[in-house]
Design a binder for this molecule. Structure first.
Ligand SMILES: Nc1ncnc2c1ncn2[C@@H]1O[C@H](COP(=O)(O)OP(=O)(O)OP(=O)(O)O)[C@@H](O)[C@H]1O
Ligand SMILES: [Mg+2]
Length: 331
């Protein structure tokens, strides 16, 4: 199991004209990913998703809070001693065009980490070579075809699978997939998602899925939990289907309301929510971070910042109200 408590991260940004400004990328995030489980983080650009993914994979430091990996707390460990634990969490780069070294064949890409692993565990080079083939088969590509090839000789979808095979060389407990906005190829996105779902079922590897698109968060598979991140705070979290069917926080409702009616066979959700104004990251008050944009705002909202409350389905809103906002298929 991998969990985080109170994870915070502040960046100091230096503008050419405005001087230095602090950006609170994460404001005390709690999360739990059970073994073999799946958790999705969604939220608009700049809400802190990539920062969280990089922290959980050990690629970025955090200011306070703790990450616990398989029962071991990272906070008290010297950064060098954390590395071994963070290796249990592998970040899957979602841009297969830059994630692979263009001068190495697939064989070389996979063999380097496997040979290291073989050395550490007293296994042979033959084991490493065999394992490379096994991993490629596991991610659904023919080892005979790809092993001797360079990345530019492969399709985008195959490269993406090689990236995932490389992440699996260390037998990770969790994969972190950060779906960047630049990944526009929908069929590739879906094939990566179904592969991650499959690996969850077959290997018991857990998945932390990061996306700006609530619709794709549903593909990650049964029993998953959805976290809605807004300006570095989790404003709603719960079983994915439950949050989508009955979002309680107006921010989640506005995010879901933005799902278009695609086929003409659906009817728009009757209670769609549209923010009253655009996000202004400079507006910071003591209350709810969404208050300035919220159509349901009252004085209560700006009095103090709401904390996440509830059991399975939690929200940070002083006026929680389930609304039907997503398009539904017409009967
Ligand atoms: N290295 C950095 N230096 C300064 N500020 C940063 C840095 N990385 C991120 N930030 C800021 O922290 C905030 C969160 O950024 P982050 O990349 O985590 O957002 P995101 O949710 O992944 O957005 P996107 O959907 O666009 O990928 C943003 O305001 C961003 O400008
Ligand atoms: Mg990002």
């Amino acid at each position: 199991m991998i969990s985080g408590t109170g994870v915070t991260k502040t960046y100091r940004q230096r503008g050419a004209m405005l001087g230095a400004r602090d950006v609170q990328a994460l404001r005390g995030i709690d999360f739990t990913v059970p073994r073999g489980g799946a958790v999705s983080f969604i939220g608009e650009s700049g809400c802190g998703k990539t920062t969280l993914g990089r922290i959980v994979a050990g690629l970025e430091t955090y200011d306070s809070g703790d990450i616990v990996i398989d029962g071991t707390s990272m906070a008290p460990l010297h950064p060098r001693r954390r590395r071994r634990h963070f290796r249990r969490v592998q970040l899957v780069h979602q841009d297969p065009y830059s994630a692979l070294n263009p001068t190495r064949t697939v064989h070389q890409t996979l063999l380097a980490p496997l040979a290291l692993r073989a050395r550490h565990t007293g296994r042979s080079r033959a084991w490493a070579a065999g394992r490379a083939e096994e991993l490629l088969a596991l991610v659904g590509i023919d080892p005979g075809y790809v092993l001797g090839r360079y990345p530019h000789q492969l399709s985008g979808g195959m490269r993406q699978r090689v990236v995932i095979a490389r992440a699996l060389t260390v037998d990770p407990e969790m994969l972190v997939a950060d779906e960047s906005v630049s990944m526009i190829d929908v069929s590739m996105r879906l094939s990566v998602l179904s592969l991650l779902k499959d690996l969850r079922e077959r290997l018991g590897v857990s998945v932390l899925f990061i996306t700006h698109d609530i619709a794709t968060a549903r593909y990650i598979g049964g029993g998953s939990e959805l976290y809605v991140l807004y300006r570095g705070q989790v404003v709603e979290r719960g079983p994915t289907e439950d949050v989508i069917a009955g979002p309680v926080h107006p921010y989640t409702q506005s995010l879901l309301s933005a799902i278009p009616v695609l086929h003409g066979m659906e009817v728009p959700g009757p209670e769609r929510v549209v923010p009253t104004e655009a996000l202004d990251a400079a507006v910071e008050d003591t209350g709810c971070l969404f208050a300035a944009r919220c159509p349901f705002r009252t004085e209560l909202c700006t009095a103090e910042r709401p904390e996440l409350t509830g059991d399975a389905h939690r929200h940070a809103c002083v006026h929680p109200h389930r609304r039907a906002v997503i398009p539904r298929e017409a009967a």
